[in-house]
Ligand binder design. Structure first.
Ligand code: THG
Length: 373
């Protein structure tokens, strides 16, 4: 079976699109109605660059939703489950957003740019619609819009060297999720220590979409002697390190889940003085106890190939008691590993579990950590 998924006007191109094509992108995915590189044809080399060197990723599809105006703080505080009171300019925050039923609808990184102006750096769902509707219905004095901002991630143990060469040694002082408004040869951008991997790195939030290729080429040139490689948010690394992927691990329309089920319960702050969307539902869920919890799975058998969509996790009798969201063969742990959720009723039953794959059933086991046995 050979087919292509077309590039067409329904989905937007990133401002780094031309640069990634020139760099040999082999596959795109779609995220926030935009094309996002999925890989450059050499998964091993891309993984190795992230783990031992440095990788650069077009993550412009992590769109920014800007919330600005006199009621910006009030809206942010109402939208997110965390308490934003202590959030300050220059320090980013990971902030779950739920609907009124307490179901997760996004898990952005929040940047407070100045008093009364924030960006939500969103995962794959339409938060600009959500935020502007809530603001209007509540009569809040804010402007919600999507600015011309396109993040470029530089990730891996050598990322700091590359970024320090470009910007100077001050970047080494940035805290985790810390950021600063700056420029690179007059290209306006926000530089942050963040990114969707546990290998460390930075994100450059480019604020002028006409200069994508120029910025890409500058990063590429500075990174060349450190062996920088183009890549993309890396599924193998994120499964190994357990990072949440809203969309892959669950989304409102497929496998809806609350923050307690997906491992973000610690980011729900019932003590904050103001109300927030989903609070009442989340209090109920917490009191009753979440029905599922997030787990890591090991899947027996030969190395897995492509894993397309989530699979139910089944008991011997074929009863679905969990979900395997995404799985991949990990050289590092010498096993097929995955993330997902399991019914809390299965705790300590010790029952044998399996998933049905194209070639037949495969046994799965729950692990607290990978590499522990
Ligand atoms: N960077 C930026 N925007 C983003 C992402 C990003 N938007 C989409 C998506 N990624 C949002 N989701 C996440 C998920 C996890 C993390 C960041 C964004 C993350 N988590 C750390 C962890 O789980 O260990 C730290 C969480 C914490 O501080 O509590 O980094 O990557 N700009």
């Amino acid at each position: 079976m050979t087919f292509h998924i077309g590039i067409g006007p329904n989905n937007r191109k990133s401002c780094y699109f031309d640069a990634t094509v020139a760099a040999g992108v082999a596959c795109f995915s779609v995220y926030n109605h935009m094309f996002i590189p999925a890989h450059f044809g050499d998964p091993e080399a891309e993984y190795d660059a992230l783990m031992t060197g440095v990788a650069m990723w077009d993550v412009a599809a992590q769109r920014q939703v800007e919330i600005a105006g006199p009621d910006a703080f009030e809206l942010i505080q109402y939208l997110t489950t965390r308490d934003m009171t202590k959030t300050r300019v220059g320090q980013g925050r990971y902030v779950p957003i739920c609907n009124h039923e307490g179901l997760l609808i996004n898990d952005p990184v929040l940047l407070m740019l100045e008093a009364g102006r924030y960006w939500l750096s969103i995962a794959d769902s339409d938060i600009a619609l959500w935020a502007s509707a809530i603001a209007a219905e509540r009569g809040m004095d804010v402007r919600v819009h999507e600015p011309d901002v396109s993040p470029l991630a530089i990730q891996g143990p050598k990322a700091e060297r590359v970024v320090a060469e470009l910007f100077g040694d001050w970047v080494k002082e940035l805290s985790y999720f810390g950021f600063r408004q700056t420029e690179l040869r007059s290209i306006p951008l926000v530089l942050a220590r963040s990114g969707w991997s546990k290998q460390g790195g930075f994100e450059l939030y480019l604020q002028d979409g006409t200069r994508g290729t120029e910025l890409w080429d500058m990063v590429q040139a500075a990174g060349a002697r450190h062996g920088i490689r183009p890549g993309a948010p890396n599924d193998r690394e994120r499964i190994e390190s357990g990072l949440v992927s809203y969309g892959a691990d669950g989304r409102l329309q497929v496998n809806p889940c609350n923050p307690f089920e997906i491992g973000l319960g610690g980011l729900v702050d019932f003590a904050k003085p103001e109300d927030f969307v989903g609070k009442a539902a989340l209090q109920r869920i917490k009191a009753e106890g979440a029905a599922r919890r997030r787990v890591r799975y090991v899947i027996e058998g030969a190395p897995l190939g492509a894993f397309e969509h989530a699979l139910p996790v089944l008991t011997g009798k074929g009863v679905s008691v969990g979900v395997l969201s995404e799985a991949i063969y990990s050289q590092r742990f010498g096993a097929n590993i995955g993330v997902g959720m399991i019914s809390t009723q299965m705790d300590e039953t010790g029952e044998t579990l399996h998933v049905e794959m194209a070639e037949g059933g495969r046994r799965v086991e729950i692990r607290a950590e990978f590499g522990d046995g």
